[in-house]
Ligand binder design. Structure first.
Ligand code: MTE
Length: 316
């Protein structure tokens, strides 16, 4: 992606500091597990990364060879932890993804704030193997664990006026040190049209490769929209908001001619600085031939109808 130095008025916007800060400080002050256990929600603070049992195999599977786990968790884009591919794995230990609350509001009848563990545990998790195609020209095949985005969105009862859904990453430079640099507007924001968000392929991931999501992949909760370029997969989500207007999206703000709102994988629409016709499947070796990129990343059968009548060169 393009590196940009950028100042933005939203950086001054105040993101409420999570209410659990106080408890975290107590723990850091060494007051120990005994006192911590008496505090509300203390059990949740202890949820460590580990296996996520019981996920059933979800729909839309592919038989393609999985990308080795070391690449999925070691070659990342997560600018909150640095701009090099190895930075997130090296630096994201400061994230502390539990406890974690997600606020869902905007044009809805039943706004909701929920703990990510309450979201995950009572539901049946699915494993879905999806291709992820990055706008930079590489792709991976990843076994995600999570739940259909629509399952969560329906719970808040969207109003008829809701047309889009906006997703916002945590904004906390103490836990995300990359946010001290102006490489992107912070917090990272992304958006989908409502019908895209409700599409059965759209997925919220809480794990991969059978385990809880590693920090560098967007713990504890990240979006996966397999027919769109990877930058739509906003990580470490704290806020989901239904809107009437099309929301701003981070990469579109910094480089609108290069990164559109829709960002559907499209081999016929080149990035202004490189072709999108082919891709390198990570893990296959530098000398293996690049494969042709498929319209909608190979999910055209499922999603092309969402864009009937639109000029996808215009709405890229
Ligand atoms: N989300 C946040 N908050 N910050 C980021 O820098 N990078 C995006 C997306 N989500 C990014 C983000 C980009 S460019 C890509 S390609 C994917 O995350 C990469 O996801 P992965 O590291 O799990 O492969």
């Amino acid at each position: 992606m393009q590196r940009v130095t950028w100042k933005n008025e939203r950086m001054s916007a105040v993101t409420p500091r999570p209410v659990y800060e106080g408890r975290r400080r107590l723990l850091q002050a060494g007051l120990g597990a005994g006192l911590a256990a008496l505090l509300p929600g203390a059990g949740k603070a202890a949820a460590p990364p580990g296996p996520l049992a019981g996920a059933e195999r979800g729909p839309f599977g592919t038989d393609e060879k999985l990308t080795p786990r070391e690449l999925v968790t070691g070659y990342n884009n997560f600018y909150e932890f640095g701009t090099d591919k190895a930075d997130p794995a090296a630096n994201a230990h400061t994230l502390r993804p539990r406890p974690w609350q997600v606020r869902i509001d905007g044009a809805v009848a039943q706004p909701l704030t929920l703990d990510v563990d309450d979201l995950v545990q009572p539901r049946r998790l699915q494993e879905r193997v999806y291709r992820l195609r990055c706008v930079e020209g590489w792709s991976m095949v990843i076994p995600w664990i999570g739940l259909p985005l629509a399952d969560l969105l329906r719970r808040v009862e969207p109003l008829g006026s809701a047309k889009f859904v906006e997703f916002t990453t945590l904004h906390d430079p103490d836990r995300m040190p990359g946010q001290r640099r102006d490489v992107l507007p912070w917090p990272y924001v992304e958006g989908l049209r409502l019908d895209e968000a409700m599409h059965p392929l759209a997925f919220l991931a809480v794990g991969l490769y059978g385990d809880v999501l590693p920090n560098q992949n967007g713990a504890p909760l990240r979006l996966v929209v397999p027919w769109k370029y990877g930058f739509k997969s906003v990580k470490s989500i704290v806020h989901i908001r239904f809107t009437e207007q099309q929301p701003a999206t981070s990469w579109n703000i910094v480089a609108p001619r290069e990164y559109g709102f829709y960002a559907n994988v499209n081999p016929q629409v080149d990035h202004p600085r490189w072709s999108q016709a082919r891709e390198r499947r990570l893990g296959e070796g530098l000398f293996s031939p690049r494969r042709p990129t498929l319209p909608f990343n190979g999910y055209a059968e499922q999603v092309a109808g969402l864009y009937a009548g639109m000029d996808l060169r215009q709405d890229f």
